[in-house]
Write a protein that binds this ligand. Structure first.
Ligand SMILES: Cc1ncc(COP(=O)(O)O)c(C=O)c1O
Length: 480
């Protein structure tokens, strides 16, 4: 999506870009000490040999935690870690950035814990990630669900209308927060600017879980980040698409945020491990530095060109369809959701994997999601497009057990008990069929995409059954 006058980060040469944690780790590795502290494998000297061969001595040598070797601390942020967080804040256009271990999950838990309270209401989209719900279960705030539009023929949730947020704000007192997921897992983008205006009108802070949009600030062909559109807090899973290692994410406090960063820092301190992995922290530092560098910018440019190439190849395959902006939804070009007539998404996924050695991001009953990654080359996309052409023109048929499984529920929840009360209630386990008419006491939200089928406090109905194939029993609130 083209954006005029979009302020993007300066392209700098990688040599001039600082990566303080990376530098500090290198320094520590070059100047070894006699180590009488954790981690006990002592720079890889005491690990299983096959594991050592697999990941290499170097990685083990720098597997350490904060406090030691002048590496700084995470809570409070000091030394190279503090410096790296400041550089990240500048790069993403935030007032303050916190590095997250345990992924964006940690960010959502901290938002729930720090920014919501028992008795408050939180306006939140029904297709939020389960970690946002866990945040609410910690605090005891109650969700007021907003259901996004539905894209029925793709069996996915669409965008969140600002008018629905306004309606929820009008109808509810004591709203502590509006908490929105953008983009969706499949790349559908909501109008955050409009939602933010509504939030400001009602004086309610806005948190945007932008887990899948961490690249947006670094290329003008991608949607605008919520940090520039009026959100108060934004969460990014750098490890998903931004090039850092698994589990590493960032939480940003926006420049004009009404949120006090200290409250978030306090919650993160309690939620985080007390032995943060320097490898993960360094990978966040490195990912930010790379995104700002010339070579990183070139990789992102290449990714967008490759995504466009893939999309144009897919357009010429007659019985293959892709979700795209011209259908009336704003989308992120790098997330390609496709379906082929006559094949379920699960079947397509298995053909791609077994016959072509291609592994996709996820598959639903309808389609598969392909992520165009920073590391993919043009030849990868060519191979993928060729494979899809072959599949679409061959006589592949569906397999019943894959075809009949439903994945993405788009049901209006019937709430009969508070989320937290139901979660902490006395429970019993009953056969799935006997659970109809009972109150769920558990979160049922499989990953990916971690969106709830059922939550504690919701009435279980027959409509849920197609989504519960993997369950023979359910945990329900015990009857008195
Ligand atoms: C919208 C959204 N938010 C948060 C998360 C949690 O992210 P992480 O895996 O980084 O903990 C996910 C994970 O898929 C997600 O899709």
């Amino acid at each position: 999506m083209e954006k005029k006058n979009k302020q993007k980060n300066e392209i700098k040469d990688i040599q001039k870009i600082k990566a303080p944690i990376v530098e500090a780790l290198k320094n520590a590795s070059d100047n070894p000490t006699y180590q009488f502290h954790i981690p006990g494998h002592t720079k890889g000297k005491a690990v299983f040999q096959d594991f050592k061969k697999l990941i290499g001595e170097k990685a083990l040598n720098i597997d350490t935690t904060d406090e030691f070797d002048n590496l700084g601390t995470l809570h409070p942020a000091t030394g190279p870690i503090a410096e790296a967080q400041e550089l990240a804040a500048q790069a993403f256009g935030a007032q303050k950035t916190f590095f997250l271990l345990n992924g964006s999950t940690a960010g959502n838990l901290a938002v729930g814990m720090a920014l919501t309270k028992q008795g408050q209401k939180v306006i939140i989209n029904r297709n939020c990630h389960r970690s946002a719900l866990t945040g609410l279960m910690i605090s005891g705030a109650e969700p007021v669900w907003v259901c996004p539009s539905r894209i029925e023929d793709w069996s996915i949730w669409g965008s969140i209308e600002a008018s629905k947020i306004e309606q929820a704000l009008k109808e509810n007192d004591n709203v502590g927060l509006v908490w929105i997921t953008n983009p969706t897992y499949e790349g559908v983008v909501s109008d955050i600017e409009a939602i933010s205006k509504v939030c400001k009108k009602y004086n309610v802070p806005l948190v945007v879980d932008e887990a899948h949009g961490c690249l947006w600030n670094f290329n003008k062909h991608l949607p605008e980040t919520a940090l520039k559109l009026g959100a108060d807090v934004v969460i990014h899973s750098l490890h998903k698409t931004g090039g850092s290692m698994s589990q590493s994410s960032m939480l940003h406090i926006a420049k004009n945020s009404v949120i006090n960063p200290d409250s978030v820092e306090k919650a993160l301190k309690l939620l985080h491990t007390t032995s943060p992995s320097l490898l993960l922290l360094a990978s966040l530092d490195a990912a930010r530095a790379a995104l700002q560098s010339k070579s990183g910018q070139a990789l992102l440019d290449r990714t967008i060109k490759n995504a466009k190439y893939l999309r144009s190849r897919l357009d010429s395959i007659p019985n293959l369809h892709q979700l795209k902006t011209s259908f009336g939804y704003m989308t992120d070009v790098t997330k390609v959701f496709i379906k082929i007539d006559g094949l379920s998404g699960k079947r397509l996924e298995s053909i791609l994997e077994i016959d072509f050695g291609i592994e996709v991001e996820s598959a639903s009953d309808v389609g598969v999601l392909l992520l165009c990654n920073l590391g993919n080359k043009r030849s990868d996309f060519k191979y993928l497009a060729d494979a899809l052409e072959k599949i679409a023109s061959n006589n592949y048929t569906d397999i019943c057990y894959l075809e009949n499984r439903k994945h993405m529920p788009m049901l209006e929840p019937q709430i009969v008990m508070s989320l937290r009360d139901a979660y902490y209630s006395e429970k019993e386990v009953v056969k799935k069929e006997a659970a109809i008419g009972r109150i769920s006491a558990e979160v049922i939200a499989e990953c990916p995409p971690g969106i709830s089928v059922l939550l504690p406090g919701e009435l279980i109905t027959e409509d849920h059954l197609p989504y519960l194939n993997d369950y023979s029993e359910l945990e329900v609130v015990k009857r008195n």
